[in-house]
Design a protein around this ligand. Structure first.
Ligand code: C5P
Length: 402
């Protein structure tokens, strides 16, 4: 009796980039394995990849027309590079040649696939396939390290006999193994059907119509968490203060300005939520009176009287219909102790403590490192790209849900 595979890629959109290596002949089978796990697959070939695999075969198994390397007026009038970049939940490059890996590292946008990789916010997964000498070349080693450091998921390579007759590392993993690892890595579906609300960014506390008090929060960590929650199958509401970021396509975005606005937006929908993650750097105080006209600089001194803002996270955690509550504690010293204090004081289920003293992690930087604390556990999530970290964090939250 055969058992049906668990659909770890249910509803997920996999953009498969096929580059010009001999292992490309296995990609129709890879498409089959991905679709068997529930994925929708859209294929882009790089220049010359059609020498190793017939586009028609890929079209037949994916049920969609296959994109070639060129960016022409005709191809762009259909699903162009930006549409493809937005469409993807994950970009999988298999096989990934040494050449395409090098171009990805440099951020080249010299043909359709590399352009989509530069334009997308979707995570990147790479299944290298090349001769063993090429795989062990220091340039390739460095390039792989660079991609992994930016959060790319490196699948393989396998070791063994190669198409060129040599024996060593560099073979592409078998299609079934690539599909299986992709599903497991992204843990897609871990939050399927859950309602997740996330606050992000800074707040702006007006002094007058043109001036205000704010902070350096970029919003990146909260937006990355919203993206990770969408990828894991949740219905996501992102309540954000002013940032320069675009919310994930399938999240419901609510833009607010002040802490009071944010509090109101959160409480308007809190009863429906299963999880609340407070990532916003909410201003602790606001000017008592925000005047409606611009203040003139007549006096030598001016005093602004401030009043305390509500603590949105603490209010959610003590709400009668309370979701699973996760807070963030940005600290410069005694990080764990302060974070544990906040966990207890605000009655949270989990707190993510991060060191903001360092120039390498925290506010405005692409990377972050977190210590995740609950009443009975402490888990270190090492320094990594905020998008990669967000996916790990989302899986940790999913494990704690009823
Ligand atoms: O107390 P502190 O500001 O350090 O707590 C940080 C945590 O509390 C973050 O999760 C933040 O989003 C949340 N918070 C809030 N409302 C406030 C202050 C902080 O939701 N007024």
């Amino acid at each position: 009796m055969t058992t049906k595979p668990v659909k770890t890629l249910a509803n997920k959109r996999v953009l498969l980039g096929v580059s010009a290596g001999i292992a490309a002949y296995k990609t129709p089978d890879l498409v089959r394995k991905l679709t068997e796990l529930g994925a929708e697959v859209e294929v882009i070939l790089t220049r010359n990849a059609d020498q190793f695999v017939a586009p028609l075969a890929l079209q037949a198994v994916s049920g969609r027309s296959v994109h070639n390397y060129a960016m022409t007026a005709e191809s762009e009038s259909g699903m162009g590079h930006i549409d493809l970049a937005r469409w993807a939940d994950v970009v999988l490059i298999a096989p990934a040649t040494a050449n395409v890996i090098a171009r990805l590292c440099q951020g080249n946008a010299d043909e359709l696939l590399t352009t989509v990789c530069v334009a997308t916010e979707a995570p990147l997964a790479v299944a290298p396939a090349m001769n063993q000498q090429m795989w062990q070349n220091p340039a390739t080693e460095e390039n792989i390290k660079t991609l992994a450091g930016r959060g790319a998921f490196i699948l393989g390579p396998d070791s063994g006999e190669q198409a060129c007759g040599e024996i060593g590392p560099g073979r592409m993993l078998q299609p079934i193994e690539i599909a299986r690892r992709l599903g497991t890595h992204f843990q897609l579906g871990a939050m399927a059907g859950k309602n997740v609300m996330i606050t992000a960014g800074p707040t702006w506390e007006a002094i007058d119509p043109v001036r205000g008090i704010t902070n350096h929060s970029s919003g990146l960590m909260g937006y990355a968490l919203a993206q990770a929650a969408v990828e894991s199958g949740a219905n996501v509401t992102l309540v954000s203060g002013p940032t320069n970021l675009s919310p994930p396509e399938r999240a419901k975005a609510i833009n607010v300005t002040s802490a009071l606005d944010m509090h109101a937006a959160v409480f308007a929908e809190i009863d429906d939520q299963d999880v609340f993650i407070g990532v916003a750097a909410v201003a602790d105080y606001r000017p008592v009176n925000s005047v409606t006209h611009k203040i003139k600089k007549n006096a030598d001194e001016m005093t602004i009287t401030m009043v305390k803002n509500p603590d949105i996270l603490a209010d959610v955690a003590s709400h009668s219909k309370r979701p699973f509550c996760v807070g963030f504690a940005a600290e410069t010293n005694d990080v764990i102790d302060y974070a544990r204090g906040k966990l207890e004081r605000k009655k949270l289920d989990m707190i993510a403590a991060n060191h903001v003293g360092s120039s390498e992690t925290g506010f405005g930087t692409p990377n972050n490192a977190i210590t995740l604390i609950t009443n009975d556990s402490v888990t270190e999530l090492p320094k990594q790209n905020k998008y990669a970290l967000a996916r790990v964090l989302m899986n940790e939250i999913a494990k704690k849900l009823p």
